[in-house]
Structures are given as structure tokens and as C-alpha cells.
Design a protein around this ligand. Structure first.
Ligand code: 5AD
Ligand code: SF4
Length: 468
């Protein structure tokens, strides 16, 4: 109880800073100033940005999508691959000119990328127009950092990792009103040898079940039709906590909340994916039959080098079990091509498994060395060009599998949630339980409603027609 009080008082303190900032902002600007948050990377980052936007609103800013008319620009960055970092450096460079035109503008950067000391040092030295830089453990302290800046501090840099608490009670400004993110845990303990996440997001911490349930109920009351539970490895939710509620139990508790909504979750680690979880998915009516289960490689030798703690036999067992319990389940996965030491024979094992499983779609990546991870110092003799060829082969193979899967949907009827306009002019777009997009003719007020849609044909998208 004492701890709980302490944690919410951390947020109370920040809300006091936010109110002070709001007063200063009001005095400094004739019109309400605008803040633009640009998010890179995964859904966890998208969710973090929604919390940051909540704080910016409390500080008296209004939100804008464009950096051009923003008085406050914040980049929430990703470190998972080199490409993501390169994009941030490029876009940060462009802000220099913007700030020259608008000297009072505040530029801030946060997230996984800047949690790395080498990156924070580089930005400090080479990007003098960045006013605020803060890491993943202190993002709730943004109001305090802005306050310090407005009070005359030249620059505020903070990537402290001392705070391992989850600070509850902060405001959230959600991007949509139909589908929402609900973080259930933070950080990661797995130390896959290629991955930077445990270093930049710290150890695994689970939110208290009552906080999650409270937020889920709040979202249902607000009219959200889909709640996606987020965590780096949701299957290990609650590990080491006294409450004894594991992920499967948590799902049941959310499933018991009254209302017309669906539950999704990501990401699952195969080593912690249990029969209990798959049974729970099959039994809970509100849980979508969709599972993203990153395989990374089809070679046991590479999986060992990656420190993944499962082999392909176990992986395929889980896939078969999931399909037995939920014949309509939609399966997706992540694959890394060209891990250090991977041979063409290893890669062919990956091809073999993906042909066997027939995932609906895949997220595919060429291995990107990340400083400080064990894989970054492993021998990596295969050229980038060669890896590129393997990558193209993987894409081609999966494209044919995906197309076959979509073609098999033609003639069947699916319940879809309409969530926006389709790409074909005049059409609306919706997603099945398995998160597959179908377009169909409907009025714009169909958004937010469920329909039974019969798939008529596969062009570059699935086209269907409402049957009820
Ligand atoms: N290189 C390439 N892909 C990576 N991923 C994580 N780290 C790396 C890396 N260093 C991929 C994994 C993970 C997904 C989110 O990103 O496939 O599941
Ligand atoms: Fe990027 Fe990974 Fe961090 Fe997500 S967790 S923001 S993908 S580095």
C-alpha cells in the first residue's frame, strides 16, 4: 500500500510540473502552442507516445501531426535495427532548419535509441539544437524536464536507469477511438543475442492486474472495440509476482469484463507459450484467433546461437496445437535472415518450416548488428549482398504462401470490424478476427460496426460484400 501511494505520487508530482508549464506556456504564446510527436518502431513505442501526448496536453499544448507548424517536436525513437536509427538522424538533421526559422521551438528526443550512452553522447555533441533528451525509464518525467528548460536550463539530458518502478496514473491521449493499446508489462529478460531491447528497456516488470483491469474497463466504457495487450513477451506476464496471476489468467479476467469488444495481444515468445494459453484463447469468446509467434529461424543451430530456448520441434508442436484448438487461427511470425554464422543450409531450414506452417504473413528482417549485444561480436562471414539474395528468396516464397492463404478465403464469410476507408475509392475497409483486411461497399458511418462479409475475389486486396 505504501509503495502504491509512493508510485502514484510520482505522477502527482509530474502533474504539478505540468500545471506550472501550462501557466508559463499560456503567458509565452498568444495562440495555443502545438506539439508534434513522431513515433518510430513498435507498438510499445506507439503506446508510450500516447502517454507522452497525454502529458503534453496537460502542459497546455495542442497536438499536431506535422513538424512544420509545431512549437514542440518530440521524436520517440527505436533502436532495434540500424535503419531505424539512421532515419532518426536524418529527420533530426532536417529539424535544424526548422528551428532556425522558429528559434523558440523546443526539440526533444526520447525512446530506445537514445537510451544508449553512445547515442546520447553523439546527440549532445553533434546536435546542439536538441533541447531535451530522455530515456525509457524516465519518460513520465517529461513535465519536469520541460519545466527545467523553461526555467533557464540550457539543455536537459537524462537517461537514468535508477527508476525501475511502473509509474501509474498518468494521462493518456489515445490515437484512435476504436482500437487501443494496453501495456501490461515493460522491459525484457530474454537476452536474445541479436536484440538490443533488454539493454534499452531494462528488466521485465509487470503492471498490477487491478491496474490493467481498471484501464481495460475504462477503454470499454469509452467505446473501444478492440484492446491489444502489449509487452515484449506477454507470455511471461506476472512471473515472480506474489499475486500469482499469469498471462492466461489475466486474459480470462479481461474476457470477463462486460461489453462488446475483442482482445488481441503481442508479442508472444515461443519458449513461454503454453498449452494453457492456447486453451484459454480457444475458450475465451472475446479473444481473437490470431497469434503472432516470432520464430526468427528454422534452424535449431541458429536458434541456439540466438539464445531462443526452443527448437523447431517445440515450435511446430505449438503451431499444431494452436491449429487443433482453433482451426481458423491466423498465424504470423518474425524471421531474421543472415544471423552471424548462418549458412545457406540453415536458411533453407527456415524456408522449409515456413512452407510447412504457411503463415498468413511474415515480418522479415535482415540481421542488423547492434552494439553491445553478443551477436555483434560473432563471426559474420556472409556478405550483405548474399544475405540480400536469401532475403528476396524468403519474400518470394512467403508471397506465394500468403496469396494462397488469401485465395482460400474467397467464398467464405467473415465477421469484420469496419475501421476506415478502403483503398478502392468508395469502399470501406475492415479486419477479420485474424486481423486480415477485407474491403467492401458501405457507407462511411459503418466505421466502428461489425458486419458479416462474404469474400468475393482477391485482387491486390480481398474484396467482399456485406451479407447481413
Ligand atoms: N536485426 C534484425 N532484426 C531484429 N529484430 C530484433 N533485433 C534485430 C536485429 N538486431 C527483429 C526480430 C524481432 C523483431 C521485433 O525485430 O525478428 O522479433
Ligand atoms: Fe524499437 Fe524494440 Fe524499442 Fe520497440 S522495443 S521501440 S522495436 S527497440
Amino acid at each position: 500500500m505504501e509503495l502504491q501511494k509512493n508510485l502514484s505520487s510520482q505522477m502527482d508530482e509530474q502533474l504539478v510540473y505540468a500545471a506550472r508549464v501550462a501557466e508559463m506556456v499560456k503567458a509565452n504564446y498568444s495562440l495555443q502552442p502545438k506539439a508534434c510527436v513522431e513515433t518510430y518502431g513498435c507498438q510499445q513505442n506507439v503506446s508510450d507516445s500516447e502517454h507522452i501526448k497525454g502529458l503534453l496536453l496537460k502542459m497546455g499544448y495542442e497536438l499536431t501531426e506535422s513538424t512544420d507548424d509545431a512549437d514542440f517536436v518530440l521524436f520517440n525513437t527505436c533502436a532495434v535495427r540500424e535503419h531505424a536509427e539512421a532515419r532518426v538522424y536524418g529527420n533530426l538533421g532536417a529539424l535544424k532548419h526548422l528551428k532556425r526559422r522558429r528559434p523558440g521551438m523546443i526539440i526533444a528526443i526520447c525512446g530506445c535509441m537514445v537510451q544508449q550512452q553512445s547515442v546520447a553522447d553523439r546527440i549532445k555533441k553533434s546536435y546542439p539544437y536538441v533541447d531535451i533528451l530522455f530515456g525509457t525509464h524516465v519518460s513520465h518525467r517529461l513535465p519536469e524536464f520541460v519545466y527545467e528548460l523553461l526555467m533557464g536550463k540550457k539543455r536537459v539530458f537524462n537517461i537514468s536507469t535508477e527508476n525501475r518502478d511502473i509509474v501509474e496514473g498518468g494521462p493518456v491521449s489515445r490515437d484512435g477511438s476504436l482500437k487501443g493499446w494496453l501495456p501490461i508489462m515493460y522491459g525484457c529478460n530474454n537476452f536474445c543475442t541479436y536484440c538490443i531491447v533488454p539493454y534499452v528497456r531494462g528488466r521485465e516488470r509487470s503492471r498490477a492486474p487491478e491496474e490493467i483491469i481498471r484501464e481495460a474497463k475504462e477503454m470499454v466504457a469509452m467505446g473501444f472495440k478492440e484492446i491489444t495487450l502489449l509487452g515484449q513477451n506477454v507470455n511471461s506476464y506476472g512471473k515472480g509476482e506474489a499475486h500469482g496471476i499469469n498471462f492466461a489468467k489475466l486474459i480470462r479476467m479481461i474476457n470477463d469484463i462486460e461489453g462488446d469488444f475483442k482482445i488481441r495481444f503481442m508479442t508472444s515468445h515461443p519458449k513461454d507459450c503454453t498449452e494453457e494459453l492456447l486453451d484459454t484463447m480457444a475458450e475465451c469468446q472475446k479473444v481473437c484467433h490470431q497469434l503472432h509467434l516470432p520464430m526468427q529461424s528454422g534452424s535449431d543451430r541458429i536458434l541456439k546461437l540466438m539464445n531462443r530456448h526452443y527448437d523447431i520441434e517445440r515450435y511446430l508442436y505449438l503451431i499444431d496445437y494452436a491449429r487443433k484448438k482453433m482451426p481458423d487461427i491466423v498465424l504470423t511470425s518474425d524471421i531474421i535472415v543472415g544471423f552471424p554464422g548462418e549458412t545457406y543450409e540453415d536458411f533453407c531450414e527456415t524456408l522449409k518450416v515456413i512452407k510447412r506452417v504457411k503463415f498468413t504473413s511474415l515480418f522479415t528482417f535482415i540481421y542488423s548488428p547492434r552494439e553491445g549485444t553478443p551477436a555483434a561480436v560473432m563471426d559474420d562471414p556472409v556478405s550483405r549482398e548474399e544475405k540480400g539474395k536469401w532475403f528476396s528468396e524468403l519474400l518470394k516464397t512467403q508471397e506465394a504462401i500468403s496469396r494462397e492463404g488469401y485465395a482460400n478465403m474467397v467464398g467464405k464469410t467473415y465477421r469484420v470490424l469496419c475501421d476506415g476507408q478502403g483503398r478502392t475509392p468508395g469502399s470501406m475497409s475492415g479486419r477479420t478476427d485474424g486481423n486480415v483486411v477485407i474491403e467492401f461497399a458501405a457507407e462511411p458511418d459503418a466505421i466502428g460496426k461489425h458486419f458479416n462479409v462474404e469474400v468475393k475475389e482477391l485482387t491486390n486486396v480481398l474484396n467482399g460484400a456485406i451479407t447481413d
